[in-house]
Write a protein that binds this ligand. Structure first.
Ligand code: FES
Length: 150
């Protein structure tokens, strides 16, 4: 545990993030903003046989956002889309052996962006996707805001 409350797993995924980058022309794409801090996250997925075969992320978020995104890419790969939709921010935080309470909002970005990417794929397939009314807001509209400039 570091002085600021990060576990070794968080530090590992922050210092050596997995699956960072962009997939050109992905099967599914999700982009969300964090209303709490204004940070932005993108997730790209490719699908085969209803399973996630490739996943990458890109974020303007903080260290916790990077660590949770890295972790969620490892959790999601190989999963069915339905299984991926079930991954919660708490699942991600638990897989990292916990996050400091004031950083829990950062884990929303990864879980929400993954769900948006799956929904994007389903929409492209012509599947009717229920709007749960909880779609994450882009506090800066995705174009960047003061909070993103760090
Ligand atoms: Fe914005 Fe962590 S994602 S402070």
């Amino acid at each position: 545990m570091t002085d600021i409350g990060y576990t070794e797993k968080v530090m590992d995924h922050f210092m050596n993030p997995r699956n960072v980058g962009v997939i050109e022309d992905p099967d599914g794409y999700g982009k969300v903003g964090n209303p709490t801090c204004g940070d932005v996250m993108e997730i790209f997925i490719n699908i085969a046989d209803n399973k996630i075969t490739e996943i990458k992320f890109r974020t303007f978020g903080c260290g916790s956002a990077i660590a949770t995104s890295s972790m969620i890419t490892e959790m999601a790969i190989g999963k069915t889309l339905e299984e991926a939709m079930e991954i919660t921010r708490n699942d991600v935080a638990e897989s990292l052996d916990g996050l400091p309470p004031k950083k829990m909002h950062c884990s929303n970005l990864a879980a929400d962006a993954l769900q948006e990417a799956v929904k994007d794929y389903w929409k492209k397939q012509g599947k009717v996707v229920e709007d749960d009314g909880e779609s994450p807001e882009m506090s800066c509209g995705g174009g960047g805001c003061d909070s993103c400039v760090k």
